[in-house]
Design a protein around this ligand. Structure first.
Ligand SMILES: CC(=O)SCCNC(=O)CCNC(=O)[C@H](O)C(C)(C)COP(=O)(O)OP(=O)(O)OC[C@H]1O[C@@H](n2cnc3c(N)ncnc32)[C@H](O)[C@@H]1OP(=O)(O)O
Ligand SMILES: O=CC(=O)O
Ligand SMILES: [Mg+2]
Length: 530
């Protein structure tokens, strides 16, 4: 068996991305850092087991000095000082061009929540990013529509988001083992583009998802340090914005910034994975940790406010940007009523963020870029509001864990919605689309995780609904049949619905809780040769 083996199907222009030196670079990352990543995943499991026994979590005593210390992250590079509007989206070519033409300051090029790791997306995404860096990206759609960069000299800064530490890349083997997906995504992008970006006055900048501890941030820092040295890129060129989207990471915001301080740009309030993490972490802990309907948990809930305020305070104290998250409401160019409702809700969300001190925020659709810009323009006096230190904020462990003070009810409509979205989204995912609009909401891997984990928790806790009905396996199975029938009638992704239902039922109901929905879903993709 060769040291490095690509087992994925052929992808257009893969020979430009999977070159021998690029694969050697990724293999080197895998050999140096793969074992440590495996250890960190095991540590996650041990910690979760402890949390499920105690139901308690606190700031780490062993890192008190870091929290008390006087340090700052590296100053922002010139092209990353104004981040008031960031558009997110998959690296599919048409959407990439639309994102680059959207007027946003940053495009989060998503290889994660909004992406499925079909080999065609993994390699195709790298081709898109390669062309985007060099301003050569264009497309003629099957309908004959021409897509070109409107102004190649004035484009958003591109921040790819590699996969989280948990996902393997099962189409690329190093010494007989699947490489770590995150190292493949980062490694290929960095290898092909770091020097080119520098030559163009920018740099290799990334979003880092789903970390659960500062030790995981330390590993990323080691990867950056090594990758830069290996390619002769000056130390400290990389900039990373870390999503604080797990409950354990919320207790280690300072430590995560500290580990990455020579490469850190900011933190982002990834509210959807954060909710998933809360449900997952405390799903079977002693006491009642159930939350109301997914859509009832707003950013005004005390625990979400505490999380968001702590993030702004931590960032600004350390000279890092505080980035807002995603309001899931998607505008519609066809339905004025839906459009108006989406605009009003997104506006309220962005208003809350700018008032809380965030320096910018995310939108999921190009039509929302001007709205987000308008809200931040009205408040920001310069490119950011780092000077607002938020010293008024004081957040305790109890504030972050105030699940029981979250207003809202558990309803049958909520339960049904979780099933509808979960199966509908998984069908899209299996077809290769990692983001979908379902009932005018943006759904991606993070929101689907909430749907299935909430059902797991409600069922295992025998939670009661507003009707007085108890959530049982039988009730869920009956609603699954009904929602499945509705999805069949609707006709979208018909050939994937059976698999999607099977995956959903398994991950929402089996006693053995799967850490990530995308792990068994990826098995299905790989088995189908995708
Ligand atoms: C929890 C988190 O991690 S959030 C971040 C991850 N999630 C995401 O990034 C989701 C981003 N958003 C999307 O993928 C899309 O907006 C969807 C799938 C939700 C909806 O997409 P569509 O159904 O195509 O929306 P719609 O029909 O209104 O799109 C209109 C146009 O805008 C484009 N568009 C929509 N969203 C985006 C986007 N985020 N980036 C670039 N272009 C976009 C469409 O491609 C379409 O282009 P066209 O007119 O040239 O054909
Ligand atoms: O990645 C963002 C989130 O909300 O999850
Ligand atoms: Mg996320």
């Amino acid at each position: 068996m060769p040291d490095v083996e690509v087992t994925g199907p052929p992808v257009e222009r893969d020979e430009e991305i999977l070159t021998a030196p690029a694969l050697a670079f990724v293999a080197d990352l895998q050999r140096r850092f793969g074992a440590r990543r495996d250890e960190l995943l095991l540590a996650r499991r041990d910690r979760r087991e402890e949390l499920s026994r105690t139901g308690r979590l606190d700031f780490l005593p062993e890192t008190a000095e870091v929290r008390a210390g006087d340090w700052q992250v590296a100053p922002a590079p010139a092209d990353l000082t104004d981040r008031r509007v960031e558009i997110t989206g998959p690296t599919q070519r048409k959407m990439a061009i639309n994102a680059l033409n959207s007027g946003a300051r940053v495009w989060l090029a998503d290889l994660e929540d909004a992406n499925t790791p079909h080999w065609a997306n993994v390699v195709g995404g790298q081709v898109t990013l390669y062309d985007a860096v060099r301003r050569t990206i264009s497309l003629t759609s099957p309908e004959g529509k021409e897509y070109r960069l409107r102004d190649p000299d004035d484009l958003p800064v591109v921040l790819p988001r590699p996969r989280g530490w948990h996902l393997p890349e099962r189409h690329l083997y190093v010494d007989g083992r699947p490489a770590v997906g995150a190292l493949v995504d980062f490694g290929l992008h960095f290898f092909h583009n770091a020097a080119e970006l520098l030559a163009r006055g920018s740099g290799p900048y990334y979003y880092l998802p789903k970390m659960e501890s500062h030790l995981e941030a330390r590993l990323w820092n080691e990867v950056f340090t090594h990758a830069q040295a290996e390619l002769g890129i000056p130390h400290g060129t990389v900039r990373a914005t870390v999503l604080i989207e797990t409950i354990t990471a919320a207790f280690e915001m300072e430590e995560i910034l500290y580990e990455l301080r020579e490469h850190a740009s900011g933190l982002n309030a990834g509210r959807w994975d954060y909710l998933f993490s809360i449900i997952k972490t405390f799903r079977d802990a002693p006491g009642d940790h159930t939350l109301p309907d997914r859509n009832a948990v707003s950013m005004d809930a005390p625990m979400m406010r505490a999380y968001s305020d702590l993030l702004v305070r931590t960032c600004h104290r350390r000279g890092a940007f505080a980035m807002g998250g995603m309001a899931a409401f998607i505008p519609s160019r066809r339905d004025p009523e839906v459009n108006a409702a989406a605009f009003a809700k997104v506006r309220a969300d962005k208003q809350r963020e700018v008032e809380a001190g965030f320096d910018g925020s995310w939108v999921a659709h190009p039509d929302l870029v001007p709205l987000c810009a308008e809200v931040f323009d009205a408040v920001l006096e310069g490119p950011h509001q780092l000077a607002r230190r938020r010293e008024d904020v004081s957040v305790t462990a109890a504030d972050l864990l105030a699940l029981d003070r979250t207003p809202g009810e558990r309803t049958e409509a909520g339960l049904r919605g979780n099933i509808h979205v979960g199966i509908g989204y998984l069908a899209a995912w299996l077809a290769g689309n990692g983001a979908a609009a379902i009932d005018n909401l943006m759904e991606d891997a993070a929101t689907a995780e909430i749907s299935r984990s909430q059902i797991w928790q409600w069922t295992h806790a025998a939670a009661t609904l507003d009707t007085g009905a108890v959530v049982t396996r039988e009730l869920v199975e009956r609603l699954v049949e009904e929602e499945y029938a509705a999805l069949v009638d609707a006709g979208a992704y018909a050939e994937h619905l059976d698999r999607a239902r099977e995956l959903f039922v398994r991950t929402a109901l089996d006693d053995d809780f799967v850490d990530f929905l995308t792990l068994p879903a990826y098995d299905v993709v790989v088995a189908a040769g995708g």
